[in-house]
Design a protein around this ligand. Structure first.
Ligand SMILES: Cc1cc2nc3c(=O)[nH]c(=O)nc-3n(C[C@H](O)[C@H](O)[C@H](O)COP(=O)(O)O)c2cc1C
Ligand code: SF4
Length: 438
């Protein structure tokens, strides 16, 4: 393990993660001692429209993957329409490799609760939901406890802190489907239906939960709000880059010495992140990595100095996504890794549209054939052709995302595929695993 240089260490900017190591950080008493609910007191004295403007001015962009400007999204909620408004927090966190929302909710649930109250006040919602993935039992328990504590202290419920503002907050556990992280499938699931994406338009801003105006935001997005309210838009913009403002929690996994969450200004590079994480594991050299989960095209060792912000990663031909950097070495196989991801997409495809449902099914079978040493060169064309028929033709982003590891691994590592096809690499799958591959 190597020690990071002081100038690289200085790039750590703990904002959302700053309380995580405090003893009992999840309890209300600790949270209040560490500035907790001070932002709420300040926000409740402001006009809701001024809060929306503040979030616009801060340049905060959604932390759920697409980076949509948060203030703009809040501003789309029609006011004075006589309908109930809803805030829904997307805590599904299903993207492979992503691990930033769960630790936040486990270690600092009150920061999310406080963010929910301020955001609901800004968009004039009197009911909010946190939709958390079903497997995250521990985080859900912490959140429910935080909601109870906040209620008992007058931060939730009727007439919050004497402001006249009422808010009910419900923590809802899903059943563990990746598609329920897609915001419209999430809304269907929350309403009690099978989670499948809805046709857009109309968008959730006007026809969301129960066909009413709804904001859906990621956990990290909403948990950022109290910090911006307390310290201001300019302070937030002093971190990150001009178009990608603020700090971001990067979750590092794979062949590095110290996997975990590293919060740094947007625009840090993978080279710096690996240094912060103590370097690569001994005997491993970087071969490929995902900048933001498996739905984002793979990058390689050539891309170590790409700024990890929305613009920098796009310029390198990928997507910032959820900043889940999964790091693979020269001892890992990009063909096998892609196959495992495709197994996931195939399993998680909701089946609503043909390109994704059938395309992922067939691609899994082609991969099995290649990995069993029975593939042909024509299989590589079949994979690219199938991706062509999924990307842009699927009903939602799951189908598009599934093509990312396929096309990018074929772009950078075609030789690894040919090595299986031409017999230079020993098969990884047996004939038994080949059932249905022809
Ligand atoms: C298949 C799929 C899965 C998704 N999963 C998540 C998720 O787990 N958490 C999340 O915040 N956003 C997820 N998203 C993105 C959401 O649809 C939505 O863009 C996001 O919740 C908006 O919040 P933000 O503006 O704060 O980023 C997913 C999108 C797709 C297509
Ligand atoms: S792309 Fe896949 S997950 Fe999305 S609607 Fe179509 S079948 Fe369902």
């Amino acid at each position: 393990m190597t020690t990071p240089r002081p100038e690289t260490l200085a790039k750590l900017t703990p904002v959302l993660t700053k309380r995580w190591l405090s003893p009992d950080a999840w309890r209300l008493g600790t949270y209040e001692k560490l500035d907790g609910y001070a932002a709420l007191r300040k926000a409740l004295k402001a006009h809701p429209d001024d809060l929306i403007q503040l979030i616009k001015d801060s340049g905060l962009r959604g932390r759920g993957g697409a980076g949509f400007p948060t203030g703009l999204k809040w501003g789309f909620i029609p006011q004075g329409d006589g309908k109930p408004h809803y805030l829904v927090v997307n805590a599904d966190e299903g993207e492979p490799g992503t691990c930033k929302d769960l630790p936040l909710m486990t270690h600092d649930p009150h920061s999310l609760v406080e963010g929910v109250i301020i955001a609901s006040y800004a968009i004039r919602a009197n009911r909010a939901y946190i939709y958390i993935r079903g497997e995250a039992v521990h985080a859900a328990r912490r959140l429910r406890n935080a909601v109870q504590e906040a209620k008992a202290k007058g931060y939730l419920g009727k007439n919050i802190l004497g402001s006249g503002f009422d808010l009910e907050l419900v923590v809802h556990s899903g059943a563990g489907a990746y598609i329920c992280g897609e915001e419209t499938a999430l809304l269907d699931s929350l309403e009690g239906f099978r989670g499948q994406p809805r046709l857009r338009p109309p968008f959730p801003a006007t026809h969301g939960l129960y066909a009413s105006p709804t904001v859906v935001n990621n956990v990290g997005t909403i948990a950022s709000v109290p910090y911006i309210v307390l310290a201001g838009a300019n302070w937030w913009k002093s971190m990150g880059t001009e178009k990608s403002a603020g700090p971001m929690i990067y979750s590092l996994s794979g062949r590095i010495a110290n996997p975990g969450q590293y919060e740094c200004g947007l625009g840090i590079t993978l080279r710096e992140l690996i240094e912060l994480a103590g370097g690569m594991q001994p005997g491993h050299n970087l071969k490929f990595w995902t900048p933001g989960g498996s739905s984002t095209p793979l990058l390689t060792a050539e891309h170590l100095d790409v700024p990890l912000d929305f613009e920098g990663v796009a310029a390198a031909g990928s997507i910032l996504g959820t900043t889940a950097t999964q790091i693979f070495s020269d001892q890992d196989c990009p063909v096998y890794a892609t196959y495992r991801w495709l197994e996931f997409y195939h399993h998680e495809s909701c089946g609503k549209c043909t390109p994704c449902r059938e395309g992922n099914y067939w691609m899994v079978r082609v991969y099995r054939r290649i990995l069993a040493g029975q593939g042909t060169q024509a299989d590589l064309d079949t994979l690219l052709d199938t991706c062509d028929n999924i990307l842009g033709r699927s009903f939602c982003g799951l189908g598009d995302g599934a093509t990312s590891p396929v096309t990018s691994s074929l772009k950078y590592f075609k030789q690894d595929y040919l090595d299986y096809i031409e017999g230079r690499t020993a098969p990884k799958l047996s004939d038994k695993q080949l059932v249905g591959a022809h």
